[in-house]
Design a protein around this ligand. Sequence first.
Ligand code: 6GU
Length: 237
Amino acid sequence: DALHFSVLTLFPELLRPFTQEALLGRAAANGLLKFDLHDLREHAGNRWRKVDDTPYGGGAGMVIRVDVVERALAALPSTPDEVILLTPAGQRFDQRLAEELAGRQHIALLCGRYEGFDARVEGLVTREVSIGDYVMMGGEAAAACIMEAVGRLRPGVIGDEESWRADSYSSGLLDYPEYTRPAEWQGHGVPQVLMGGNHAAITRWRRDRALERTLARRPDLLPGAGLTPEDSSALLT
Ligand code: 6GU
């Protein structure tokens, strides 16, 4: 059955291309994923479609009303098994969380904008998620990231050609470098081992390059990568 994403946002058209183009769009057309984009203003409850108000206690900016979010969630065609508030104050999104969310049937993504939501939305959500330690103007780009990372984990969404590479992130290491024609470009060749037919040697070479790259760029990933004794000795040489 399709994994259903319901996005609640003030800017539904910002997400539209992600749901219609490329691999996510194809998965939606094939019935593997389902995307519904909902405009929070439809649930404003006033003729001016106003969803926010000034903060109690004073200060700059506007705060999105909790009753608007409540009505928007209640209007969904089915009850989501996950309601995620996108905020820089949330739990950091990572591959482990993507894998957990890929097991859900219906995920609601609530995109913040401006100053944020009334704190009482906490009672309406199952978790709060951030995509990293930087501040964006709204949660829409974060919703796109989550749909991309979770959607590709569902069976059939990406073909074999696409999947075998990225499994290297699931393996806990960065990808090894890839090469294609031309064999010689601006004086740069292709590693000899890849030009021969020794598949065991190619596999070991790729693993060593992935280890080397991870050590150089993301040493923090190594403890969780499940290294074999051969991997550990390769890292030391
Ligand atoms: Cl989910 N929202 C915003 N506004 N900024 C962010 C974020 C989310 N994640 C990281 N930065």
